[in-house]
Design a binder for this molecule. Sequence first.
Ligand code: 5GP
Length: 209
Amino acid sequence: MVKIKNEGILLVISSPSGTGKTTICKKLLEYDKNIHLAVSVTTRKKRKNEVEGIDYYFRTKKDFLNLKSQDAFIENAFVFDNYYGTLKSEVLEQLKNGIDVLIDIDWQGTRQITQAMKGNLTKIFLLPPSINELKKRLSKRNSDSMKEINFRMSRALKEIKHFDEYDYVLVNNNLDNTFQQIVKILETEKLKLSKQPYLFDFVEKLSLT
Ligand code: 5GP
């Protein structure tokens, strides 16, 4: 019998900005303390409410490129005029120790990480209920300038085009419903044989009796 390792689940969530992804990720982290949020490195400016080391590691372009040349990233991409990257140190060790890891990245990063993990991950894409709703949500934020909002709207449409590269696609009509759907996905993923290595011993004992 081939034994499998007790590795955590790698959950990737993508969506255009303003689809409620950040709120849902926070809710998920509160709900399940076994999930580690992989904090990304970015060269983007820190927003008012953001905290270094919690929301992002805010770095200069020079520092980012240094990390890249040291092969520190499992994926990295240029998104909205800034560099973003997921550190290997935020993902690999945790998975190996059976800790589930959540990453909030764009479609470019998702493609790279799919290759790096040889498909051993769960990918969720969130769609806004409508473009008007997305516009409303982006304008309400106040944390970005009008120019930035318009730019993000055009990028949102480009991000949405990649929805079919994901395993699960949810329309975020209602935050609580979407959150419940993600909890269900996580619970289902945990039932995969590859995530229940103890079943091999269990079945061995069953066959002895
Ligand atoms: P924001 O600047 O609004 O926090 O994020 C902008 C976009 O960058 C979002 O779509 C977010 O998912 C994506 N993003 C954040 N961190 C990373 C990362 O480490 N890698 C990649 N590829 N995208 C990221």
